[in-house]
Design a protein around this ligand. Structure first.
Ligand code: TUI
Length: 315
């Protein structure tokens, strides 16, 4: 068995977290991951407080295992969501796309384990100083909103920079990635893209087909001009966004408006022309639809075999 402090801290069997993917990570996916021994996470992103409350209560009808909620700090509902997670006694929170310090004390005082997702050493240190339980170091190979650093250097830099356990994210989709993350000093992994094609992930069939078909160069990053770079599968929408971004006659407001609703169009409608199919670079390694249990057990078994074999690399 892979040994990790993360399992003891979070009360889970395997040190595998499912990313809090906006519009994707609902109670059904999160419950399946938690039932399989990982940490399932409901995305707070696309919900207001009452919608999230209903989703948390739904998850609790599906599993009694630990789970988390992701608070997307750029969401217009962030403050409301930040309060609902306290009222509902959510055991674990992850945060993304911003600085969670405004809410940290309130969450920690409520006994919630707080796991900020960070893209830099500076933010990791800031949240660690303010009591974060664990930190996820997420590299730019990830799908969705990304920072400037990539996983291979970021993870050991964050490990060296803080005294709390670090979970690696970005570019991990199999046991090789998981074993590598442990070699970099991580105590666990968070994966999004591999769970996009889980049987319990209820996104449009077109989304899954596109992830399964994607190759190594199948994703691109756009949105830098608006201050939030986003990685998504290459398609007409992503290319059109990138073109508009370069065009000085397009205002920031127009660009922002062009992006509004695009993730929903991908996840709910499967609109291959006008949807934004957020996805990590690692899609090229994701080849089949499986249950969350199969995904987690396969990855952990592969990683364990690799870590056990590691001594044979040295004389
Ligand atoms: O949050 C994510 N990934 C996301 S959020 C999201 S929803 C969205 N959709 C369209 C445009 C924008 C957002 C889709 N994917 N990952 C965690 C993460 N957070 N990665 C990097 C960061 C990050 C970046 C900058 C955290 C903080 C930060 O700045 C901190 C500061 O000081 O403000």
């Amino acid at each position: 068995m892979i040994k990790s402090k993360i399992c003891d801290i979070l009360g889970i069997r395997y040190p595998v977290l499912q990313g809090g993917m906006a519009w994707v990570a609902d109670a059904r996916l999160a419950a399946a991951v938690s039932e399989a021994g990982g940490l399932g996470i409901i995305a707070g992103m696309n919900m207001n407080g009452e919608q999230l409350r209903a989703e948390i209560r739904k998850l609790r009808t599906l599993t009694d295992k630990p789970f988390g909620v992701n608070v997307m700090l750029m969401s217009p509902h962030a403050a409301e969501v930040a309060q609902v997670v306290v009222e509902e006694g959510v055991p674990v929170l992850t945060t993304g796309a911003g600085n969670p310090l405004t809410y940290m004390k309130k969450w920690l005082d409520a006994g919630i384990k707080v796991i900020p997702v960070v893209g830099s050493v500076a933010l990791a240190q800031m949240v660690a100083k303010r009591g974060a339980t664990v930190v996820v170091a997420e590299g730019g190979e990830s799908g969705g909103h990304i920072g400037e650093a990539n996983t291979m250097p970021l993870v050991p830099e964050v490990v060296d920079g803080v005294d709390i356990p670090v979970i690696a994210a970005g570019g991990i989709a199999d046991g090789r990635g998981m074993a590598a993350a442990f070699m970099l000093g991580a105590e666990g992994v968070q994966m999004g893209t591999r769970f996009l094609v889980a049987k319990e992930c209820h996104i449009h069939a077109h989304y899954k087909e596109k992830v399964l078909a994607a190759k190594d160069t199948g994703t691109m990053v756009s949105g830098r001009r608006l201050g939030h770079p986003v990685r998504a599968l290459k398609n007409p929408f992503a290319r059109a966004f990138a073109e508009k971004e370069k065009d000085p006659s397009v205002t920031d407001e127009e660009l922002d408006a062009f992006g509004t609703g695009a993730l929903r169009r991908a996840v709910v409608e499967g609109d291959e022309e006008n949807g934004s199919f957020l996805c990590g670079e690692v899609a090229g390694l994701v080849k089949k639809e499986q249950t969350c249990k199969e995904i987690i057990e396969e990855i952990v078994a592969e990683a364990e075999a690799l870590l056990r074999a590691a001594p044979s690399r040295c004389e």
